[in-house]
Design a protein around this ligand. Structure first.
Ligand code: ADP
Length: 746
């Protein structure tokens, strides 16, 4: 009886979950395990490497080429260690390369200043295609770039459009600009007014764009802005904008395009590399003069002309955010191809250069993104007719040096940075002690000359200068400390002397402690995402979920294209047949889109250089949009797509796996799930604006009440902890906000 009972029990007992797993879940489980294992291996290898210096912050500049000067200056100021020839084991904290990510396959750890596939993504065709997709989904929000056609594939549409414009007698006569897909520095660019002026003989791909003729002029010259953006990480998404940039001016006074002046590149193109060859290039060192100026000087000029320059800057910030959000899905696809889960690889960051033109009505227009913006500090100067010399360009230095210094500070490993600070402090205290004991032994300390920078600045009662000096000259601090001690010791007895030394000791101690925090606070880099535009950009991030599905069904790791089997599996696992998609219709759709995209993207190859077969991500996205339109009808395109993605994710049961953790939280809310990554919460600017020193956590919770996104107490606390380092600039000067907790919140 007992035996039969236990038999019954065992029959009732649920099977071990492993047995109930579908193939698909098991695959997920195994993948997760593999990734965990790979991560552990990577860490172990890094820790065990006998060459890895554990505490020095090391920067590999062996392939930095023209970036070397500015890097070296920054490394020296920050006290990091440079490896100009690289390290044998290739283990540096930061690898700064002037070439593409793919050209350095042997970097396995640390951080690299390039994302995989970024140069492809920033090529004009891919970039504007990404933006076109977004414009299709959010027509009013993505109106900040010129209409674009992809040649030769869209030559027919392009010529039809020109013909239509001629028929409508559009005034002024429309002009178009033709740019090679992968061109740079104005190479191969020309303007045209008739389609037959397009030459496709080179066999290269081009983009044709509406020529924006109604541009804002300064001193009668056309100009564009170079805005620098630090893309610090992809997962979670985090990027910063540099608050200083460059404005590059053309060198012939601007006139609206006519058949006569259409070939004047010094009038219509603003590239520095092109205009520096012009005899009228103005090399003035003055801030508000010359053919190259600082961004802030031009914004000041715009304000002086009676316009709202703050509004212009805000619009530029928004363009940056929307553009980055548009390219992130492509970046994720490229990233998994270069560094598939399970393979050790570096993490990446990148400094991007956005070229932005200003229209007469002050609307900024995005022209392109540069994956490798020039970081050189020198410029060519004609010393005598025909003889050129490279000289340091103060304007380049003013912009690029803080940019690179602050970028390094943002990307070096934070735990090493802490240790680095501690070490500096210990060394300083040791020096202080030694100097104090020496002084107490000395009967009558000799009167020293004022060698201390700190004292000189203090005497000058110029607090600002003193602070800047102290923080800038970290290496001079040891000297400052000695001389500070000496000078105070001159007029006091030994007890007072010790007291004053202790005082100065703690003062300086604090200064050292705050060194990096001050640097980060004074940083020229301002966090755009997630700090400011998190909420605003959330709805644009739907395509990341589509990219997630694409990556999920790629099948072969390291691939960029989905094969027919993968596509069929996608349809089957997402149960699209229940929505009326037959196998045959899925296959037809695949073949059709694959052909179309091969034709549209003839130059696109896989990372290895071999042309890969299958449907690329943009083709897959096209398929999703088509399926959504046919089977998930809703009033708007974006809603249709959201419905499709929701349906797929629910059928794939992506709630608890690693992919789901990477999905935007909007999706989680829709599924009724709690978003667990508290640190991802970013406080709305409206709430930050109202914060004072007395604000409590309860006040902040109340401020969110009845809002769509209701953060938890942990979210808010995590944000405040994080934002201790956050720079916040309300209209009047910059200040850092810290909030005192209420007693009951302790
Ligand atoms: P490149 O990568 O070769 O520098 P850009 O797209 O930056 O190509 O274009 C070069 C220059 O041409 C820009 O600096 C700008 O002055 C001008 N330009 C480019 N596109 C347009 C446009 N659509 N309308 C007006 N001017 C443009």
């Amino acid at each position: 009886m007992a035996a039969s009972k236990s038999l019954l029990d065992s029959l009732k007992k649920p099977e071990p979950t492993n047995f109930r797993m579908t193939d698909f879940r098991r695959e997920l489980h195994l993948r997760h395990k593999r990734e965990e294992h790979a991560k552990k291996e990577k860490l172990r290898a890094l820790q065990e490497s006998k060459y890895v210096s554990r505490y020095a912050i090391t920067i590999d500049t062996s392939r930095a080429r023209s970036n070397c000067d500015v890097l070296r200056m920054s490394i020296k100021e920050l006290g990091f260690k440079e490896y100009p020839f690289g390290r044998k084991d290739n283990c540096c904290d930061v690898h700064w390369h002037a070439c593409h990510f793919e050209e350095n396959p042997e970097v396995f750890g640390g951080k690299v200043n390039k994302f995989p596939g970024m140069s492809e993504i920033c090529s004009k065709m891919t970039l504007f295609r990404c933006l076109d997709i977004m414009r299709d989904l959010f027509p009013t929000d993505y109106d900040f770039y010129p209409r674009t056609w992809y040649l030769p594939a869209q030559f027919h549409e392009f010529s039809c459009e020109i013909r239509k414009m001629h028929e409508r007698r559009v005034k002024p006569k429309p002009t178009f600009i033709i740019k090679p897909d992968t061109g740079a520095q104005g190479d191969g660019i020309y303007l045209l007014r008739e389609p037959n002026e397009y030459s496709s003989l080179s066999g290269k791909c081009h983009v044709a764009q509406e020529y924006m003729s109604n541009v804002y002029l300064i001193d009668k010259f056309k100009f564009d802005f170079r805005i620098y953006v630090l893309l610090k990480s992809l997962e979670p998404l985090e990027f910063y904008i540099c608050q200083e940039g460059l404005a590059r001016f053309s060198t012939l006074p601007y006139e609206n395009p006519t058949n006569k002046n259409i070939h004047e590149s010094f009038m219509h193109l603003t590239n520095y590399s092109l205009n520096k060859r012009s005899s009228t290039f103005n090399r003035s060192d003055r801030d508000d003069e010359g053919s190259k100026r600082t961004l802030t000087s031009v914004l000041r000029r715009i304000a002086m002309n009676g316009h709202d320059s703050n509004k212009v800057w805000k619009s530029i910030e928004r363009i940056v955010c929307k553009t980055i959000v548009a390219i992130v899905p492509e970046m994720k696809v490229e990233y998994q191809a270069a560094i598939p889960p399970g393979k050790t690889g570096p993490s990446c960051f990148q400094v991007l250069g956005f070229d932005i033109l200003l229209l007469q009505n002050l609307k900024p227009i995005l022209l392109e993104i540069n994956a490798s913006p020039s970081l050189s500090l020198d410029s060519e100067q004609e010393v005598s007719p025909g003889v050129f010399e490279y000289v340091l360009s103060p304007k380049d230095e003013e912009v690029k040096y803080p940019l690179i210094r602050d970028t390094l500070l943002h990307v070096v490993p934070i735990d090493k940075l802490k240790y680095f600070r501690k070490k500096k402090k210990q060394r300083l205290l040791k020096k202080l002690k030694a100097s104090t004991s020496q002084k107490s032994k000395r009967p009558d300390p000799p009167v020293k000359q004022r060698t201390s920078i700190v004292i000189i600045k203090a005497d000058e009662s110029d607090e600002e200068k003193r602070e800047v000096n102290v923080t800038q000259q970290m290496s001079e601090m040891h000297m400052d400390v000695d001389s500070h001690g000496d000078s105070t010791a001159r007029d006091v007895n030994s007890d007072d002397e010790r007291e004053s030394n202790i005082k100065s000791d703690t003062e300086l101690d604090e200064e050292v402690d705050n060194y990096f925090e001050t640097k980060l606070r004074e940083s020229c880099l301002k966090q755009l995402y997630p700090a400011i535009y998190d909420e605003e950009c959330e709805r644009y991030r739907i395509l990341e979920r589509v990219a997630g599905l694409f990556i999920f069904f790629l099948g072969i790791r390291g691939s960029l294209r989905i094969g027919p089997t993968g596509f069929r599996t996608f349809a089957r696992k997402c149960r699209l047949n229940r929505k009326g998609m037959t196998n045959a219709s899925v296959d037809i759709m695949y073949i059709d889109l694959q052909r179309r995209w091969d034709h549209m993207n003839p130059e696109r190859t896989s990372g290895s250089g071999i042309k890969s077969i299958g449907l690329c991500y943009q083709g897959f996205l096209d398929a999703c949009i088509e399926i959504a339109r046919r089977k998930f009808y809703a009033p708007t395109k974006i809603e249709m797509l959201e419905n499709l993605v929701d349906h797929c994710e629910l059928n794939l049961n992506l709630r608890d796996n690693d992919l789901a953790n990477n999905l935007p939280r909007l999706h989680f809310r829709r599924l009724g799930l709690q978003y667990r990554q508290g640190s991802m919460y970013a406080m709305p600017r409206r709430v930050i604006d109202q914060m004072t020193e007395e604000t409590t956590i309860e006040d902040l919770l109340k401020a969110h009440e009845k809002k769509l996104r209701q953060p938890s107490r942990e979210d808010i606390e995590a944000f405040l902890r994080k934002s201790r380092r956050m720079i916040y600039q309300p209209s009047s000067g910059s200040r850092v906000i810290s909030v005192t907790k209420s007693p009951d919140s302790e």
